[in-house]
Design a protein around this ligand. Structure first.
Ligand code: PLP
Length: 375
C-alpha cells in the first residue's frame, strides 16, 4: 500500500472506514435512514453556510457537475463557461450534451479569473441562464475567488454553478454570502471519505429555475428535482448507498471537530510552495494558489513518469501527475484533508529530495528541511 499524497482521493481515517462497515438497514424502507440522510444533509448546509438545500447523490464527484448542467440546461439555453483550467473548460461538454450553447470566457490558465475582466465581458453580453466556475481547478491548482465571481454573476441575473470538489473544507466556502446557486462537492477530496458520493447545495433560485423549465430534464439519474420531496414522501429516486453515507457522516463529524483545519491547510500549503521554490523548482502558477494542492513544473533532465515511479517504487509514496494539456508537464502534491499534516508532508518532501537526487536533478537545498523551518 502506498501512502497517497495525491490530489484526491485522499487518505481516509480509520473511524470513517469503520463507519462504512457497520451493519445496515434497508435505506428504501426504513424511515430512520431518511432521518439520518436529512441530518447529514443539514450538517453539510450548516458547515458551508447555506440556507438552500443540500443533497447527497450516489455517484462520484463528476455526477454533481453533470446533474447541475442536466437539471438547469434546456435546449438552446446560453451558458457562460468560465474557463481558466481543465475542469473549467470541461463544463462546456456537459452544457452541450444537454442541448445548451456553451459560451467560453477563457483566461490565463496560470492565474485566477480577474473579476474586473469578467465584468467588462458581462457589460457587453450577459444573456446567460447560468454560468459555471471551478473554485479550485485541481490540474493547475488555481483558486478562483468565488466570493467575488458569483455575486458579480448574480448582479447580472445569471445563476452560478460552482465546482468546489477540490476546494471545499480545505478552502473557505460560504454558499449564501457568495450567492452560489448550485455548489458541487465530492466525498474523496478534503473531506477525506472514499470516492463514491456527490454533494450538492442548491439555492431556492436554482430550484425554481428547474421547476419552471418548459422541457423535461433529459436524465433520471442526474435529475436534481427527483430529490426535492424526499423528506415529505420518505422516498428516494434510487436506493441510497447507505454505507458510503455512514462514512461521509463520520468524515463530516471529523471536519467539524477540527477547528484549525483551514488555517492548517494554509500554513502547510504556504510552507510547501516556499520550500519548493527555495530548492530551485518552479511552481506552475503565477498567482492564485489553492491551499489544497501544490503544482510543480517538471524540471529539465527528467520526466513526470520517472519522478512518480521513483516516489512509488522506492519510497512508497504516491503523488499525482496530470492529464490533458498539462500531461507530463507538472507533478502535484495533494495536501488536502487528511493529507494536510506536517508529518506526511515531511515524509513526502524527503522522498522527493531523494528522488530528484537519484534522477540527477540538483536542488539548491533540501525541500524537507526548508519545509520544517517554514511550517
Ligand atoms: C476530483 C475533481 C472532480 C471529480 O472528478 P474525478 O476526476 O472523477 O475525481 C471534479 N472537479 C474537480 C475540480 C476535481 O478536482
Amino acid at each position: 500500500m502506498y501512502k497517497i499524497m495525491t490530489a484526491g482521493p485522499t487518505q481516509v481515517r480509520e473511524n470513517v472506514r469503520m463507519a462504512r462497515s457497520l451493519e445496515t438497514t434497508n435505506p428504501d424502507l426504513d424511515v430512520d435512514f431518511c432521518e439520518f440522510y436529512k441530518e447529514t444533509c443539514d450538517m453539510l448546509q450548516e458547515m458551508l453556510h447555506s440556507t438552500g438545500t443540500a443533497y447527497i447523490l450516489g455517484g462520484e464527484g463528476i455526477l454533481g457537475l453533470e446533474a447541475a448542467c442536466a437539471s438547469l440546461t434546456e435546449p438552446g439555453d446560453r451558458v457562460l463557461v468560465l474557463d481558466n483550467g481543465i475542469f473549467g473548460k470541461g463544463f462546456a461538454d456537459f452544457v452541450t450534451m444537454y442541448g445548451g450553447e456553451a459560451v467560453l470566457f477563457t483566461s490565463d490558465y496560470q492565474c485566477p479569473i480577474n473579476p474586473d475582466d469578467l465584468r467588462a465581458f458581462l457589460e457587453k453580453d450577459s444573456d446567460f441562464k447560468y454560468a459555471t466556475v471551478v473554485h479550485c481547478d485541481t490540474p493547475s491548482g488555481v483558486l478562483n475567488d468565488i466570493s467575488k465571481l458569483c455575486p458579480l454573476l448574480a448582479e447580472y441575473g445569471i445563476l452560478s454553478v460552482v465546482d468546489s470538489v477540490a476546494g471545499m473544507f480545505g478552502e473557505y466556502v460560504n454558499v449564501d454570502e457568495s450567492q452560489i446557486d448550485i455548489l458541487c462537492g465530492g466525498s474523496q477530496k478534503a473531506l477525506s471519505a472514499p470516492p463514491g458520493l456527490t454533494m450538492l447545495w442548491v439555492s431556492d433560485k436554482a430550484m425554481k429555475a428547474m421547476e419552471d423549465r418548459k422541457t423535461p430534464i433529459a436524465s433520471f439519474y442526474a435529475n436534481i428535482l427527483t430529490f426535492r420531496n424526499y423528506y415529505i414522501d420518505k422516498w428516494f429516486p434510487y436506493t441510497m448507498p447507505i454505507s458510503d453515507i455512514n462514512g461521509l457522516h463520520v468524515a463530516l463529524v471529523n471536519v467539524k471537530a477540527d477547528k484549525d483545519m483551514l488555517e492548517r491547510h494554509a500554513r502547510i500549503a504556504k510552507a510547501t510552495r516556499q520550500a519548493v521554490q527555495n530548492a530551485g523548482l518552479k511552481l506552475y502558477l503565477r498567482d492564485g494558489y489553492s491551499n489544497t494542492v501544490t503544482v510543480i513544473e517538471v524540471p529539465q533532465g527528467t520526466t513526470a513518469d520517472q519522478i512518480l515511479a521513483t516516489m512509488c517504487d522506492k519510497y512508497n509514496i504516491m503523488i499525482s501527475g496530470c492529464f490533458d494539456v498539462l500531461a507530463g508537464k507538472v507533478i502535484r502534491i495533494g495536501h488536502m484533508g487528511e493529507n494536510a499534516n506536517v508529518e506526511d508532508m515531511l515524509l513526502t518532501l524527503d522522498a522527493m529530495d531523494k528522488t530528484f537526487a537519484e534522477l540527477g536533478v540538483k536542488l539548491a537545498c533540501s525541500m524537507k528541511e526548508e519545509f520544517r523551518k517554514l511550517v
